[in-house]
Write a protein that binds this ligand. Structure first.
Ligand SMILES: [Fe+2]
Length: 178
């Protein structure tokens, strides 16, 4: 068994708060993309899916006069840094293996170039997978952050992805629909 499942992460109140802030539907979609890309590129599907689910939990709400202020966000955003730190703390609290928690945190840190002075960093295959997974789900004008999913469907999607990961890692013999 894995130390921590996606469902255990999802159910934690800290994850609930920040996943809902930056868009739960987007987070789940990126976790799925990350899983498929990880399989294709032969990197760890569990780490990729967890980084995908948590990649945007560092977002701050840059509101001015009740409206999202894109300029303020562009100028001040450090969501990758904050997300990496938040995810790491959450994962360690939930009992994640520290080596894996670090890998997940680094994949979140490097999922975007937005805070970097240059865009020439060299990513590991896993870090690249998480970046691609995010880009696959992006919509113009940041609309991907506003897509909705209801709680039950979210829980079902996350549980199904947990089953796929377990099957992929050989923890479950059950035939699951992929
Ligand atoms: Fe994202």
């Amino acid at each position: 068994m894995r130390d921590v499942t996606l469902l255990a992460i999802f159910e934690h109140h800290i994850a609930q708060k920040y996943l809902n802030r930056s868009g739960l539907a987007h987070a789940i979609a990126v976790a799925y993309h990350a899983y498929h890309l990880a399989k294709k590129h032969k990197v760890d599907v569990d780490i990729a899916a967890k980084a995908g689910l948590l990649h945007d939990i560092g977002h701050f709400t840059w509101y001015k006069n009740g409206k999202w202020d894109y300029d303020l966000y562009k100028k001040n955003d450090i969501h990758a840094i904050k997300g990496a730190e938040r995810a790491h703390k959450l994962l360690i609290r939930l009992g994640e293996n520290p080596v894996r928690a670090k890998e997940i945190a680094l994949a979140i840190l490097f999922h975007t170039d937005s805070f970097l002075p240059t865009n020439d960093i060299e990513r590991t295959a896993l870090q690249q997978v998480v970046k691609w997974a995010d880009e696959k789900d992006e919509e113009k004008g940041g609309l991907h952050h506003y897509r909705k999913i209801d709680e039950d469907r979210a829980r079902q999607s996350i549980s199904r992805l947990d089953q796929w990961i377990d099957a992929e890692l050989g923890y479950s013999k059950k035939i699951v629909d992929q």
